[in-house]
Design a protein around this ligand. Structure first.
Ligand code: NAP
Length: 308
């Protein structure tokens, strides 16, 4: 597995998104997925305090057990949940990290990310509180999520001398949703910030299991959505685009999944493709998908099918 960097952290190019844990996956199925990822060489695990109603952190910590030190553990804070008011004020940050450390069963979080911007709190105050956590050894690096380019620049400018900056931003980005290219990726390149794309497989649409004219497979994420939502996600134009991308990939001897992963990794700012998974076989496929290096001509053909 190739590796990339998020600040001082070395991470696998394919990571694991943990938002299925504690929701669709119980503790035992979480353990199967976590162990498959460890065995496949995945080293970045991305969760959040609110995933699975806080059970994601708990199940992940338990599944890692003694193998905790083999991985880069990323979590997020800032969204309210039962037992915590959320937000990015200094007291809230400290309360949140203490609870996450406890649930994860560890004494250090490698990447601690502000889940959403908090307009009620000056970013300098949040950065100051996070800097204290780094100084105290509770957190190694800090990052943010769902920030636009202006918010990212404001945060970079607000860092006090000698204090740690955000080393990463995590926003939605995939072959079907390319808004991040308009500004955030440019800001990442300018400021040397790592970009972590979320929904990298468009909730499974980019794995090839949803095809025009074919029934939606049972037990899948999109198959479990209410009919109205499913119809929105699987509209004809999207399915036609997905089919054209699949044909392009297959014409080159690859799968749509490989195309989705390779296309994200073609951007140097992208640090890791944190694909979610519900089964060990998916982990293996995702980990193996990072090998294809797209040529400039492949990238232009992709732009024609799914423009920015
Ligand atoms: P995703 O990675 O785009 O899609 C994951 C889903 O795709 C899986 O649950 C699985 O669905 C399916 N899948 C994965 N690998 C597959 C394979 N090889 N073959 C067939 N199907 C496969 O979506 P995501 O998990 O929601 O997003 C990734 C991560 O991003 C999350 O886990 C979370 O860590 C992060 N995230 C962050 C934010 C934020 O605000 N910062 C928001 C959303 C997500 P099935 O259920 O159908 O098996």
């Amino acid at each position: 597995m190739q590796t990339r960097h998020i600040g001082s952290l070395e991470v696998s190019a394919v990571g694991l998104g943990c938002n299925n844990f504690g929701g669709r996956l119980d503790a035992s199925r979480t353990k199967d997925v976590v162990h498959a990822a460890l065995d496949a060489g995945v080293t970045l695990f991305d969760t959040a305090d609110i995933y699975g109603g806080t059970l994601s952190e708990e199940y992940l910590g338990r599944a890692l057990g003694a193998r905790r030190d083999e991985i880069v553990l990323a979590t997020k804070f800032g969204v309210p949940y039962e037992g915590h008011p959320g937000g990015a004020a200094p007291t809230a940050v400290r309360g949140a990290v203490e609870q996450s450390l406890k649930r994860l069963g560890t004494d250090v979080i490698d990447l601690y990310q502000l889940h959403f911007p908090d307009r009620a709190v000056p970013i300098a105050d949040t950065l100051g509180a996070l800097g204290e956590l780094v100084a105290e050894g509770m957190v190694r690096e800090i990052g943010c999520s769902n920030f636009d380019a202006a918010q990212l620049r404001e945060a970079t400018d607000a860092v006090a001398p000698g204090a740690p900056p955000f080393v990463s931003v995590q926003n939605q980005y995939n072959l079907l949703q390319r808004e991040a290219e308009e500004s955030v990726l440019g800001e990442c390149a300018r400021a040397g910030i790592a970009f972590i794309p979320y929904f990298p497989l468009a909730s499974g649409l980019l794995t090839g299991k949803y095809r025009p004219g074919q029934p939606v497979p049972d037990g899948t994420r999109i198959g479990s959505m209410p009919a109205e939502r499913q119809a929105e996600v699987l509209d004809n134009a999207t399915l036609a685009r997905v089919q054209a991308l699949a044909e392009l990939a297959e014409g080159e001897g690859h799968s749509l999944l490989e195309l989705a992963v390779a296309w994200l990794l073609a951007r140097p700012q992208v640090a890791s493709v944190i694909a979610g998974a519900t089964r060990p076989e998916q982990i293996q496929a995702n980990a193996n998908a990072a090998g294809w290096v797209l040529s400039p001509s492949d990238l232009s053909r992709i732009d024609e099918i799914s423009p920015a």
